[in-house]
Design a binder for this molecule. Sequence first.
Ligand SMILES: Cc1ncc(C[n+]2csc(CCOP(=O)(O)OP(=O)(O)O)c2C)c(N)n1
Ligand code: SF4
Ligand SMILES: [Mg+2]
Length: 260
Amino acid sequence: MAVNERAEERRVGFQPDLVINQPSHYCPGCHYGILTRILAEVIEELGIAGDTIGVSAVGCSIFTHVYMDIDFIDALHGRAPEVASGVKAAHFGKKIVFTLQGDGDLAAIGMGDFINAIARGEHLTTIFLNNANYGTTGGQMAPTTIIGQKSTTTPAGRKPEVEGYPIHVAELIASMQGLVYSARCAVNTVKNTRRTKKAITKALRIQMEGRGYSFVEVLSACPAGWKLSPLDSLKWIEENQMREFPLGVFKDETGEAADS
Ligand SMILES: Cc1ncc(C[n+]2csc(CCOP(=O)(O)OP(=O)(O)O)c2C)c(N)n1
Ligand code: SF4
Ligand SMILES: [Mg+2]
């Protein structure tokens, strides 16, 4: 049986057509699953499934292709922007290409790759999952770990004098030419999830219209890495992560009304 036929069999009615109904490898309460679903819905609604290529990173995003019936390629740790740039060029700019990257991947090992993809003026979209730690490898400190946060490498809590300060990626890149849109969202409530869907729709639309680089950061729960229950993780996002990383739009050069 062909791969596409098997994917067809696994689809279920109440989900977007692009979601493949597989047992998930995500931990209970992880927000990767919500993000995958939002992405599938948006790609379906924009009618670009056959023209979209995802580039997933080393980290818990790496199996996204297992759950979404679009073309995907996995990049080495931190290298997703280069792979995406190559894929875009190989298709003469005609495909919609997005990267799905974690905070260790994008803001640590891959920061130079990411910044330079924007500086080159690539027409790509990056969806950045900020879960304040290295989830895959067991909860080590990431560049986005907040001050005071405990991780396996900061067991007494992150101290600026020892481990430095968190990086605010959505704000940092807002000054860059070539970047059209930068927003930070969350999926901890229904309202925030709806806003995230709008932001991702807009980010992909910007690329479809050939306007430049677009970026959406999503604050996301990692109950396994944080050693919290799924419910306590939602509380932690609201009470701690959002204080350090306020939600909002940090750049929008489309000239469109806010929230459009
Ligand atoms: C070059 C290289 N260095 C280190 C690793 C080990 N490694 C795998 S995943 C990962 C961290 C992933 O963290 P993040 O990007 O935040 O993803 P998350 O799982 O939290 O979504 C690391 C360090 C690797 N695979 N390759
Ligand atoms: S380790 Fe964290 S990011 Fe990875 S699947 Fe589990 S909860 Fe999600
Ligand atoms: Mg992470």
